[in-house]
Ligand binder design. Structure first.
Ligand SMILES: Cc1cc2nc3c(=O)[nH]c(=O)nc-3n(C[C@H](O)[C@H](O)[C@H](O)COP(=O)(O)OP(=O)(O)OC[C@H]3O[C@@H](n4cnc5c(N)ncnc54)[C@H](O)[C@@H]3O)c2cc1C
Length: 519
């Protein structure tokens, strides 16, 4: 890790004294006026860790009873569940060094395997020629070929939608097998409401022939960035990293307050946050590092942010997901970390198998623990479905997929992930810019960091990097532009491009809810 010479941790120095040397950027950091960190996810914890390590008074306020935010690890009866499956892979050395500094020998190197599940079969991903022939069968392959040729002879004249764009290039049959259901489940709208431009951007460079060529001759020289073959993973899941960071923060004199939803950010006329209010608690910060969603930060500003800023915040959209976590007795389902479900007739999009992530995620040798992932909008039918029904549905679907018997499900529960994906709709950049201008003018001692904090698809490495940069700005007086720390942040998530998929922007039910939120 790049050490910061003057600020290196001196745990022998009382905090106030250390603080006197701190804050190159103006306000003095003292125990009465600590740096207040909003949110105990990867970004918030990173900021607090670096500040505490340097002897700076810091208090983290986390609304829930768990650390790690979207990257938390749920634990039940010794079984550990990762929400979404978090690979620790980064090109940023500082972040990699920090991860190793925290995890030490508990940071495992794990192989990646993920396949497509279709028609009760596993297909290698990326496609492999003989595998495709075997799994599709010669008859289906000929049908796909005929359907492709038909599309070449009689292509749809207009290409306004994802459906038209893909069918023209791959034929209707392949479109139906491998594009339609997955895309609809992912985005929550029919593929004729997904824009053709988005398909063009997303499937750039891929055609029937390039896919066929890759299937038969491999994908050499064109390594798909998402296909990282190895990654790091804490022995007991990502939660282990956040637990360790929390211990280190406290050991260095920092404070973490759980179940402390921040409800108000009080600003004075001079453009500073003077009070942070979390229920009954009031803190008077020197600086605030906030990983709260932009929507929330705007919503809790007191006095109210200007109307145009509140409107911009209200316009930000998010896509949610929920995962039904099941323990299945007496069997391991598949060796993959996760599989993509392209089979029609089920609502599940992806299935994680936690034993493949790390054998230590499961407390015995016999059982499997899995995460069945469903994408939704907060407040829609799936999101609002009772947990018991969701568990039943997931158990029925795993049986329908012929992966396990529903009767072997020992227990299950549901984790809902709020604001999992900030949506890049047509006007999001404008909205973010409006909010940013207001922040820079009216809340000058507050820095937004992280994923939803910047409304960007930051993975945990870049979420953490934004926090590292924010700490530098406070302690060293650097002027890193936090909003531009994301250059390659989209390389290994599944939803990964900066184009708007929606022909008509969706209206997630939660948009009409209050701006202030505990999530
Ligand atoms: C499906 C999925 C898969 C992913 N896979 C990977 C991966 O493989 N590798 C990877 O590196 N990254 C991955 N990510 C991204 C990673 O999860 C995020 O980058 C990271 O969690 C963002 O950290 P954060 O601290 O910015 O935000 P969050 O994790 O959202 O944390 C914010 C925290 O703020 C708290 N909070 C919210 N409101 C309040 C309030 N009012 N008061 C107090 N506290 C509040 C929340 O409870 C939460 O703890 C994935 C994300 C998703 C959705």
């Amino acid at each position: 890790m790049t050490e910061i010479p003057v600020m290196e941790a001196r745990t022998d120095v009382p905090a106030a004294e250390a603080a006197a040397s701190g804050a190159a950027n103006g306000a003095a950091i003292t125990p009465e006026h600590p740096v207040v960190v909003l949110g105990g996810g990867p970004a918030g914890l990173t900021a607090a860790y670096l500040l505490a390590k340097r002897g700076q008074p810091v208090v983290v306020l986390e609304s829930t009873g768990m650390l790690g935010g979207i990257a938390r690890t749920e634990v039940r009866d010794g079984y550990r569940f990762d929400l979404g499956g978090h690979r620790f892979f980064t090109k940023v050395k500082e972040v990699d060094d920090l991860w190793h500094e925290i995890m030490k020998e508990e940071f495992l190197k794990r192989p990646r395997q993920s396949r497509i599940y279709w028609n009760d079969k596993f297909l290698e991903y990326p496609l492999e020629g003989m595998d495709v022939i075997r799994k599709l069968g010669l008859i289906e392959l000929s049908r796909c070929m005929a359907s492709y040729l038909w599309a070449q002879v009689k292509p749809k004249g207009r290409e306004d939608t994802f459906e038209e764009w893909v069918s023209n290039r791959f034929g209707k049959r392949l479109y139906n097998h491998f594009f339609k259901t997955y895309t609809e489940k992912l985005w929550g709208v029919p593929t004729n409401e997904i824009r053709a431009e988005w398909a063009a951007q997303r499937i750039k460079g891929l055609s029937f022939f390039s896919a066929a060529k890759a299937a038969f001759f491999g994908n050499k020289g064109n390594k798909i960035k998402s296909l990282i073959s190895e990654f790091n993973y804490p022995r007991f899941g990502p939660g282990q990293m956040w637990e360790q960071m929390a211990k280190d923060i406290v050991e260095h004199g920092g404070e973490i307050r759980m179940n402390a939803p921040v409800t108000r950010l009080v600003t004075d006329g001079s453009g500073r946050v003077t009070e942070v209010i979390a229920g009954e608690q009031t803190l008077t910060p020197s600086y605030v590092i906030s990983s709260l969603p932009l929507r929330t930060t705007v919503g809790i500003a007191t006095p109210d942010a200007p109307a145009e800023v509140r409107d911009a915040a209200r316009g930000l959209r998010y896509r949610e997901f929920l995962t039904v976590l099941l323990v299945i007795e007496g069997q391991d389902l598949f060796p993959d970390n996760w599989i993509y479900i392209h089979q029609p007739g089920v609502r599940v999009l992806r299935i994680q198998n936690f034993k493949s992530w790390s054998p230590w995620m499961v407390p015995n040798d016999q059982d499997a623990s899995i995460g069945m992932e469903y994408f939704c909008f907060e407040g829609d039918e799936l999101w609002n479905m009772a947990d018991e029904r969701l568990v039943k549905m997931a158990a029925a679907e795993i049986e329908k997929l012929n992966l396990a018997q529903a009767a072997n499900v020992k227990f299950g529960f549901v984790a809902r992930v709020h604001k999992a994906y900030p949506i890049y709709d047509e006007k999001y950049a404008q909205r973010v810019a409006t909010i940013r201008r207001w922040l820079e003018h009216d809340l000058t001692n507050l820095t937004q960091v992280g994923r939803n904090g910047l409304h960007r698809y930051n993975n945990s490495d870049h979420s953490m990097l934004t926090a590292m940069r924010a700490v530098d700005n406070i302690l060293l007086g650097t002027h890193h532009d936090i909003w531009s720390v994301n250059v390659e942040s989209v390389y290994h998530e599944e939803i990964h491009d900066s184009e708007n998929p929606y022909a008509t922007d969706p209206k997630p039910p939660a948009m009409d809810g209050p701006l202030a939120s505990e999530h």
